[in-house]
Design a binder for this molecule. Sequence first.
Ligand SMILES: [Zn+2]
Length: 452
Amino acid sequence: MLWSSGFIYVNLLLIINHSITMTTNTLPDFTNKNTTIMFDNYSYTAAERLMRYVQTDTQSDPKSTSFPSTEKQKDLSAILVNELQELGITDAHMDEYGYVYASLPSNTDKQVPVICFCAHVDTAPDCSGAGVKPLLHRNYDGNDIILPDDTTQVISTSDHPYLKHKIGEDIITASGTTLLGADDKAGVAVIMDLVNYLQLHPEVKHGTIKILFTPDEEVGRGVDKADIKKLGADFAYTLDGGEIGSIEDENFSADGVTVTFYGISAHPGSARGKLVNALKVAAYFISSLPKDELSPETTEERYGFVHPLHIDGIAEKVSVQFIIRDFITAKLEAYENFLRDKVESALAEFPGAKADFVVKEQYRNMKEVLDLHPQVVAHAREAMERAGIQPITTGIRGGTDGSRLSFMGLPCPNIFTGEMALHGKHEYVSVQDMQKSMQTLVYLLQVWEEKS
Ligand SMILES: [Zn+2]
């Protein structure tokens, strides 16, 4: 262990020997007395686990056609299987695709729905995840965090306002040349800490618990090969959210649209009155799109958009690809009709040009499924309240594995872990947020058991 201006450099060997001891700062005041009783004497393991897990490179690769997209993701899956077995979870195993499955048997006479906790082992392709050096900043003082391996990388409260609420807590960052990988190894660590806690606390009554660690979430294939039948869960929660108290039960509904314009080719030397240039039709069409609305660069929160993201072509033929997004699925059709009108207007300007319009469904708002099972989110909110946290239900301006799981028959909102500033060198996580996330899961299991 090397000290360097307030950082702890974490040495791989030391960490493997479990010689990192975490000091737990006094947590915020709890409204619920049980909290202190249940967790007072517990040594949390999530931070130590996270700092160890991030040192295994698990970056996924969108260009790969294999599954998992990179074999190295299995390195962490194998570590997790070993640790689960050491914790007494005898059925823990990894399948050929790198998924980890494990179960904890019920310890109650009641019939309780089977609950799955899920997190992904891969890290984002956007930023290197090789040679990650996790740093623990104890008792964060509110100043800028200058990352030592590239001092131009500064995590400041002006760029990251959530950090202002983390003064006095312990913050984990990378060292300046890589991402941290708290997305989603914080989720993995919280679930592993939950298993550790439950094995030490058999008095906590719960139904059957399933654990699922997935590869390739960051390349959008995280549940492609997940065996939902084998998993055998009734409801699930992904542990892949950010700010303390957040529970995400909504995400965009999404379609892809491809508009292909066809011109008429002719030798340019004798093209007068014959040639119709598809490039000019496409340019006219794109310039007719709104700029101050219906665009990701000018909208936020609950507003949707039509977003051209790729253009490809020659004078004879041009395709323009769009993503269409809104929280209300029915609005997608309205946006598509709006685009069709713009295509017609462009064609009217260029007689002889033609166009195709192809819509492809991508994913849907998980709220459509979760609203049929309101107890899934309600129980998570109650668990947070028992942990002394104010729950904040929010939506995601994107898709998640949870939304895909929801439509595969496993309703699955997303719970906070504290992971912040994802996919970049400024990524950080609060140790105390991870601890609160683990507490939330313990209470969540109790709520499900009590209400069954
Ligand atoms: Zn994630």
